[in-house]
Design a protein around this ligand. Structure first.
Ligand code: ADP
Ligand code: MG
Length: 296
């Protein structure tokens, strides 16, 4: 695995506000990473530090294995951390050609990237005629002109209508499918769930979870049970070797197990204790419930 960025024990303090508190993250080539957290959790500050626009208080980060100066490394990074800004009276194509000139990318990239973000038909329209979603898509095209190793996006769908949000997410998935590594910050859980393979959940600058989005789901399955004799059920489950916790909720028992257990295994144990269930359902916290649980 090739490491694009590694962040180690990063801290940022603004006076008494500990905006980033011991954040570490390894970004491997080809994955899509989300930094997820409510407003004020330190997402933009973290991105600002690794993009060298915010000074860190302590900790370290290294681009591309640390073999390169940050200044040179950032030439291989495409980032959109502010509202897109282009010349209003120039067309989409003219604006991107200007960016090519600045970045030293060939003009042939302009059509390729406009195509990718679905703006090729509007290449000759002036920027000022674009909707917010189109402006955001143009910004993505612009960030991709020099074929960066990684694309960094801060709240890419903020302020967009549902259709605009959908378009941006589809584009992000397409870019990821082409092999570009992506790091995006979002306060929207479903955004991260839909487009990211990995997630760092932050709250008040502190990591609450770091890992694969699907493993975040896995660890959280539980069983809901009921029986005519609720007391016997509860007692039997307390003796069950796999039990981690037994709680009662709305007339049902919520069983969390230490390891992943099949329903028939639970059933067999209960039958051996002469308990016959009327209800046995495996449930999973939705990512939303987990996010609320993690950030509450
Ligand atoms: P997020 O992007 O997750 O919404 P930020 O990184 O913008 O969070 O902010 C994290 C914390 O740092 C917040 O409490 C915010 O008020 C504070 N903060 C951010 N930028 C500054 C700044 N330039 N000066 C003082 N405090 C700041
Ligand atoms: Mg932010």
């Amino acid at each position: 695995m090739e490491t694009i960025l590694s962040i180690r024990n990063l801290h940022k303090k603004y006076g008494r506000v500990h905006a980033v508190n011991n954040v570490s993250l390894e970004i491997e080539k080809g994955n899509v990473y989300g930094i997820l957290g409510p407003n004020g959790s330190g997402k933009s500050t973290t991105l600002g530090i690794v993009l060298n626009v915010v000074n860190k208080t302590s900790g370290d980060y290294a681009w591309f294995g640390g073999k390169m100066q940050t200044h040179d490394a950032l030439k291989k990074v495409g980032a959109i951390i502010e509202r897109p800004n282009f010349y209003p009276y120039m067309t989409a194509r003219q604006n991107l050609e200007l960016v090519c000139k600045i970045k030293g990318a060939p003009y042939s990239k302009v059509a390729e990237k406009l195509e990718l973000v679905g703006l090729i038909e509007r290449q000759d329209s002036k920027f000022r005629t674009f909707s917010l979603g189109m402006k955001q898509r143009l910004a993505i095209a612009s960030a991709l002109l020099n074929d960066p190793e990684i694309l960094i996006l801060d709240e890419p769908t903020n302020g967009l209508d549902p259709q605009g949000i959908h378009q941006i997410r589809e584009i992000i998935k397409k870019i990821a499918a082409q092999g570009t590594t992506i790091l995006l910050a979002s306060h929207l859980l479903d955004e991260v769930e839909k487009v990211c393979s990995h997630v760092l959940v932050l709250r008040k600058g502190i990591i609450l979870y770091s890992g694969r989005v699907d493993s975040m789901l896995e660890g959280q399955s539980f069983y809901e049970l009921a029986a005519v004799e609720m007391r016997s059920l509860r007692e039997a489950l307390r003796d069950y070797p796999e039990t981690q916790s037994v709680e009662e909720q709305d007339g049902r028992i919520i069983l969390r197990t230490k390891n992943s257990v099949r329903p028939d295994e639970i059933n067999r144990f209960l039958v051996s204790r002469n308990v016959y269930v009327t209800h046995l359902v495996r449930r999973q916290n939705t990512l939303e419930e987990q996010f609320l649980e993690l950030t509450k």
